[in-house]
Each structure stands twice: as structure tokens, then as C-alpha cells.
Design a binder for this molecule. Structure first.
Ligand code: XBP
Ligand code: MG
Length: 269
């Protein structure tokens, strides 16, 4: 065992599952409809809006840029919070209907980390209920309890790309960043994890593929499966394969003094 890797911190949206285009976006639109708003966020517009992390912050940003007259509503903060609550209701029910699967390699990696007694944690911008619903619908009722720490939503003041949520999770874990690894899918997420000093593996998603991932330890298509190896988009990996427990345990190479990722013998067989 490598004592230098004590925990893996997972982002949620885009990393555990492709939740944005056919999940959050649809839930926002359903909430707009329920409240009688004639707003509709198409796929391309939503891609632009993703630059703003956090649903409430995204709604406000949309209003500032597309419906500025609406900003004059009295009790604007409360109104946005109410709209966002309706959105969360729709999103959770979409997840509960089994609408969104985990990305390749996610369930397998989580299982391997647990088997290896490496702690797992969540560091996300999304609302806590969304995390619980996604985990339960994909990994089972008891799966939220597998995570040592779940850091989500408004628990910190600054959402990604601010590093606050990663600092909070590390603090709760009682571990230094040097002993942990983050897995992210977006530039905002990477800025946050790097800001907290975490070596970070990126698995790109459709909305994030062309973003700037400089500073990442490795950029992959996904975590890979034995039957569906990852593609390496940036960084040095001796062979294509899949991220597994042993691979992550060797992520930090003390002798190199920098971050490296290697395929274990098991992984390349
Ligand atoms: C992604 C986000 C979230 C979701 C929407 O978070 O920015 O805002 O798009 O969720 P991450 P809420 O990649 O950090 O998981 O509406 O609940 O904010
Ligand atoms: Mg993400």
C-alpha cells in the first residue's frame, strides 16, 4: 500500500455521471415551465451557462444577461432560491427514475478504492440532495455512507473555481492535499482542486472536452474499463488501460518529486 494516497476526492457533475445536458438542463427547463416562465435553455446555451457554477448563480447570471427586466422583482434572492428548489425537485425525480447512469469506470474504481481502504469523498458545487439521489440511484441505497465526507452546494461561500469546497473536504478528512487525489471533468473544477493543492486527474465530458486543463496530472477520456480502455488526451501513460486502485496508489511518485500516473501490471494485462 502507498501511504501517500489516503483519499480520492470525486467531483460529481460530469465526473461521476454525465448529468448536465440531459439532467440538470432538463430540470431547469421543467422548473421554468412549472413557474410559468417562457425561458428555455437549449443545449448550446446551457454549455455557455455552465461557465457559472451553481444553479442559483447560473439562474441569476442568465437573468442579468437575457432577462434584465426580471431583476427588478422584489425579494429576488428568495425568488431565485424558490425556483431553484423546484429545479432540484425535478432533478431528483429524474435521477430516481434511473435516468442517468454512472460514467465508465466510476463504479469499478469506487469499489476498488473501498477494497484498498482508501477513503473516498465528494467535492461538488451541486445541491446535497442531488448527490444523495445520484449515488442511491446508481450505486444503491447505502452508498452515500461509503463516502467519508460529502462536501456539496452552499456549505462554502465560494463555489468552484474557488478552492473552498476542496479545502473544506480536506479539512473534514483531516488529510493534507499531498496525500489525496482529485478527479474532475471541468476547467472550473480543476482550478478549484489545484487551488487546494491537489493532484488532479481529468476525465473530460462533452461540454468540457476543449477546455484548458493545464496543470492536470493527466487528462483522460474517462476512467476506462477493461472492456473499454480510456484514451489519453494529455499526459504520459505508458499504456492505454483503465484507472484502478493500484494505478491511483502509484499516482504520487516520491522519487520523481512530481505527479505521475502509471498503469499497474494488473491494469495492463
Ligand atoms: C456542477 C454545477 C452545478 C450543477 C447544478 O457541479 O455547477 O451547479 O450544474 O447543480 P460539479 P445545482 O461539477 O462541481 O459537481 O443546480 O444543484 O447547483
Ligand atoms: Mg464537474
Amino acid at each position: 500500500m502507498n501511504s501517500k494516497v489516503q483519499a480520492v476526492l470525486f467531483d460529481v457533475d460530469g465526473t461521476l455521471a454525465d448529468t448536465e445536458r440531459d439532467g440538470h438542463r432538463l430540470a431547469f427547463n421543467a422548473a421554468f415551465e412549472e413557474l410559468g416562465l417562457d425561458w428555455n435553455w437549449g443545449v448550446a446555451l446551457y454549455g455557455e451557462l455552465l461557465a457559472i457554477t451553481g444553479g442559483k448563480e447560473r439562474i441569476r447570471h442568465y437573468m442579468e444577461n437575457h432577462t434584465p427586466a426580471e431583476l427588478g422583482r422584489s425579494g429576488l434572492d428568495g425568488w431565485i432560491a424558490g425556483l431553484h428548489k423546484v429545479k432540484t425537485k425535478h432533478y431528483v425525480s429524474l435521477l430516481e427514475s434511473g435516468g442517468i447512469p454512472l460514467r465508465p469506470g466510476v463504479a469499478r474504481l469506487i469499489r476498488h478504492l473501498r477494497d484498498a481502504n482508501i477513503k473516498i469523498a465528494i467535492a461538488t458545487t451541486t445541491t446535497p440532495e442531488n448527490v444523495t439521489a445520484l449515488l442511491k440511484s446508481t450505486l444503491g441505497e447505502d452508498s452515500p455512507g461509503w463516502f467519508e465526507v460529502i462536501g456539496a452546494g452552499d456549505i462554502v461561500r465560494g463555489k468552484k473555481p474557488e478552492p473552498d469546497i476542496y479545502h473544506w473536504v480536506l479539512d473534514q478528512l483531516g488529510l493534507p492535499a499531498q496525500q489525496c487525489i482529485a478527479i474532475e471533468d471541468s476547467e472550473n473544477g480543476l482550478r478549484a482542486s489545484l487551488g487546494a493543492g491537489l493532484d488532479t486527474v481529468i476525465t473530460v465530458s462533452d461540454y468540457t472536452r476543449s477546455q484548458d486543463f493545464s496543470g492536470a496530472a493527466l487528462v483522460l477520456s474517462d476512467l476506462g474499463e477493461p472492456t473499454q480502455p480510456f484514451a489519453v488526451l494529455e499526459g504520459n501513460v505508458p499504456h492505454s488501460g483503465w484507472v484502478d486502485t493500484e494505478l491511483l496508489l502509484t499516482l504520487k511518485d516520491e522519487s520523481a518529486g512530481s505527479c505521475g500516473i502509471y498503469l499497474s501490471e494488473k491494469a495492463v494485462r
